[in-house]
Design a protein around this ligand. Structure first.
Ligand SMILES: NC(=O)c1ccc[n+]([C@@H]2O[C@H](COP(=O)([O-])OP(=O)(O)OC[C@H]3O[C@@H](n4cnc5c(N)ncnc54)[C@H](OP(=O)(O)O)[C@@H]3O)[C@@H](O)[C@H]2O)c1
Length: 320
């Protein structure tokens, strides 16, 4: 798989990372340990040797623990990214990015992952009760101590990224971004590009909606975490399926899948370094890896932009 530089850190990352939220089993259905370990193995085999996890992926760090098992004896073959600042308490996600919490979570993540250093440590989300400069200062100390090779931020406004950057060098920014959620293109993406900050979006496949395998008659089962997104309901859903059909025509012509086309298009956007694709099956890894190998030509890019214009502005906010 192609690799690209992680900002100016000297670290190279594969353009498609394995998003390790689904294997935590918290909002994705039909997850089991055997498939999850096979998925992690397959990712390493195809060169998707870049795992994105977090302290809060799993009620008790299940995602990090599975990764530890998958990388035993081959830690150096994998780029490991984790995050701190969010945790679960009585079934609810809690924001806590106090310096002492970030340090404790980092130590716990290292222990769960079975390593003494990660490659990238993110602030998962800002905490309204803690000045972001304080959170950044602690991540800088963890960087200086060698607990991580680089620091990133996620889910923050441009203003907050700038404040963070004054206290700690930022190698990566992790926002939501896909064909239906393009907000970062107006300001944050160019800002990061100008400063050599790698932008690594989550939800490139919008939780499978843009992977091309869900039919129009798809019905969300109880417990499926996607139920809270308007994109999976009513008129929005129908219009999204129209888009997927149009994308399929472009992918078919190239002998590729919709998922591969969507990933290749995302990677072609200026300033995007790598995409984080969640998966819990080996077939998904293979399909997504193909997107990382495919460089769209100008005609294909123009064809995708045409169908996106036709789709218009989607409703992007989750109904909380
Ligand atoms: N920083 C943050 O706050 C944040 C937030 C969200 C995510 N993330 C990171 O970004 C990663 C990606 O997000 P995500 O996992 O939530 O969603 P995603 O990558 O948009 O979608 C993952 C889901 O799409 C389906 N899928 C993936 N590849 C497929 C393929 N080739 N064909 C068909 N279906 C496919 C699978 O669902 P099914 O198998 O169920 O169909 C999979 O679980 C996460 O795993 C995590 O590492 C970070």
């Amino acid at each position: 798989m192609q690799t690209r530089p992680l900002g100016n850190t000297g670290i190279q990352v594969p353009t498609v990372a394995l998003g390790c939220w689904p294997i935590s089993g918290m909002s994705s259905l039909d997850v089991n340990e055997l498939d999850s370990l096979a998925t992690l193995d397959a990712a390493i085999d195809v060169g998707m040797s870049f795992f994105d996890t977090a302290y809060c992926y799993g009620a008790d760090g299940e995602s990090e623990r599975l990764i530890a098992r998958a990388i035993r004896g081959r830690r150096d073959h994998v780029v490991l990214a984790t995050k701190g600042g969010l945790h679960w308490h009585e079934g609810k996600m809690v924001h806590d990015a106090r310096p002492e919490t970030l340090r404790r979570q980092c130590e716990e993540s290292l222990s769960r992952l079975g390593t003494d250093r990660v490659d990238l440590l993110y602030l998962h989300a800002p905490d309204d009760n803690v000045p972001i400069a304080d959170s950044a200062g602690e991540l800088k100390r963890l960087l200086d101590e060698g607990k991580t090779r680089a620091v990133g931020v996620s889910n923050v406004s441009l203003e907050k990224i700038a404040t963070f950057a004054d206290a700690c060098p930022i190698a990566a920014f992790q926002p939501p971004y896909n064909m239906l959620m393009r907000e970062i293109e107006t300001d944050t993406l160019p800002w990061c590009r100008d400063r050599d900050i790698a932008v690594m979006p989550y939800w490139p496949l919008m939780k499978g909606l843009l992977a091309g395998h869900l039919g129009r008659d798809f019905v969300l089962r109880p417990g499926d975490g996607r139920a809270k997104y308007p994109m999976f309901h009513g008129d929005e859903w129908s219009r999204n399926m129209d888009l997927v059909d149009d994308l399929r025509a472009i992918a078919d012509e190239a002998g590729q899948t919709v998922a591969a086309l969507v990933i290749a298009w995302t990677l072609a956007q200026p300033g995007i370094t790598a995409v984080l694709c969640g998966a819990k099956r080996t077939a998904q890894v293979h399909e997504n890896a193909a997107g990382g190998e495919w460089q769209l030509d100008d005609r294909q890019l123009a064809a995708v932009e045409r169908v996106l214009r036709l789709r218009g502005t989607p409703v992007t906010r989750p109904a909380v």
